[in-house]
Design a protein around this ligand. Structure first.
Ligand SMILES: Nc1ncnc2c1ncn2[C@@H]1O[C@H](COP(=O)(O)OP(=O)(O)OP(=O)(O)O)[C@@H](O)[C@H]1O
Ligand SMILES: [Mg+2]
Length: 375
């Protein structure tokens, strides 16, 4: 398992020495079995940190507020999210991830290091950098994986393991990912929707599309601008989506929103109904359903038959869109279940991986063991 880089070559030549082996024993005791392990779901909308043995200890929106005059971070997480669209000129609230990938490397690193530092209060061996399992969307490029790994390492991780988010989600909700049986997971986050069919510890078929919660918010902003001639912000759009968004007509719902009248420039209130939001989101929802269908269409028959029988599981915040489970179930003609606590499934999966990292090594897309620089 040891990585064969220049350093391990040097180590091997010492292996017979008694002093070295006792040092190694000491080091193994220090590093192994350590519960200094954390799992991170680095999401476009929310970042969660799981500490082995403790559970989820950090759950914050992926937003950072930076003072542009001094370059200093003013706030991270919920406090920074409250500032979105409300900052004075010299403070900028940014979301460092867009569409599931890092768009601002430095800010991502700042955010990670702040959140990991907060989680470190729960770590037993605080002087040691933690081993970290991080989830990335399926099908990300090597460059994107490297960016996540570097950001995590620069934020203080000793070792970084990368797992594809739908795999982590499947593990988090305890699907039998190692078995020769097909499982289907649809992870609808803020920036991306990941649709994956898993069997024997691997992703058999998957599709990643940049249509998820953020796109739905933008759909709502456009719709309200076009239909009502009112401009609303992202935060309002998200609140409306959660309050009255549904993809199948059911009991009527409505809410009042405030925005700027595009004609008079003045504030105006308008009542929005579930049917408005359904109309606003319809194209994106259709694309999402279509993509799920396409994944099934290319799934090998034996695995398809497992999935038809066992159903598909929705994780991520988008799993909570009202009626989406029923709509998918009708169109795909299979049972569709909303996972328990869908927003934490990926972080919980990273936590399960940490419990037995060797068993899960085959499902990780990249692993890297860093030797301490002194050796
Ligand atoms: N009850 C709800 N109804 C509809 N959408 C919801 C609900 N609750 C949360 N969401 C949406 O879920 C999204 C966040 O989900 P999640 O935390 O899984 O995303 P993420 O993991 O940060 O993003 P990604 O996986 O794309 O990087 C947001 O767009 C939010 O608006
Ligand atoms: Mg996610």
């Amino acid at each position: 398992m040891a990585k064969n880089n220049g350093k391990s070559g040097v180590m091997n030549s010492f292996r017979l020495s008694g002093a070295r082996s006792s040092f190694k024993g000491w080091k193994d005791r220090l590093f192994s079995g350590a519960s200094n392990d954390i799992g991170i779901d680095l999401g476009t909308a929310n970042t969660l940190v799981y500490v082995r043995g403790k559970g989820i200890v950090v759950n914050e929106p992926s937003v950072v507020a930076v003072n542009e005059k001094t370059g200093q971070v003013v706030a991270v997480g919920a406090m920074a999210k409250d500032m979105l669209g409300r900052t004075p000129a010299h403070i900028k609230a940014v979301r460092p991830l867009v569409d599931g990938v890092i768009s601002d490397f430095e800010v991502t690193e700042e955010m990670l290091s702040y959140l990991m530092n907060r989680a470190s209060a729960f770590l037993p061996k605080r002087f040691l950098g933690p081993r970290v399992v991080v989830g990335v969307p399926s099908g990300v490029t090597n460059v994107e994986v490297r960016a996540v790994r570097d950001a995590t390492r620069n934020a203080g991780a000793r070792e970084v393991y990368i797992v594809e988010q739908p795999m982590a989600g499947a593990i988090g909700i305890r699907l039998p990912v190692h078995d020769p049986v097909g499982s289907m997971v649809i992870d609808i986050g803020g920036g991306t929707t990941d649709i994956a069919v898993i069997s024997l510890g691997g992703i058999v078929r998957s599709k990643n599309l940049k249509i998820a919660g953020d796109k739905l918010n933008n759909d709502i902003i456009s719709y309200i601008r076009n239909e009502f001639k009112i401009l609303i912000g992202e935060t309002t759009a998200e609140a409306v989506k959660i309050a009255v968004g549904s993809v199948i007509p059911d009991e009527p719902m409505e809410t009042t929103i405030r925005g700027r009248d595009l004609i008079t420039g003045l504030p105006r209130e308008v009542v929005i109904t579930d049917s408005d939001i359904r109309e606003a989101m319809s194209q994106s929802i259709e694309a999402l359903v279509e993509a799920s269908k396409e994944v099934l269409e290319t799934t090998p028959p034996e695995i398809l038959s497992d999935v038809m029988k066992r159903g598909a599981y929705l994780v991520g915040g988008g799993a909570l869109i009202k009626g989406l489970d029923a709509l998918l179930s009708d169109t795909l003609r299979l049972p569709v279940y909303i996972a328990d606590d869908p927003l934490t499934a990926i972080a919980r999966g990273a936590g399960v991986i940490l419990e037995d990292i060797d068993r899960f090594k085959p499902v990780l897309i990249e692993s890297e063991d860093d030797l301490p620089s002194s050796s």
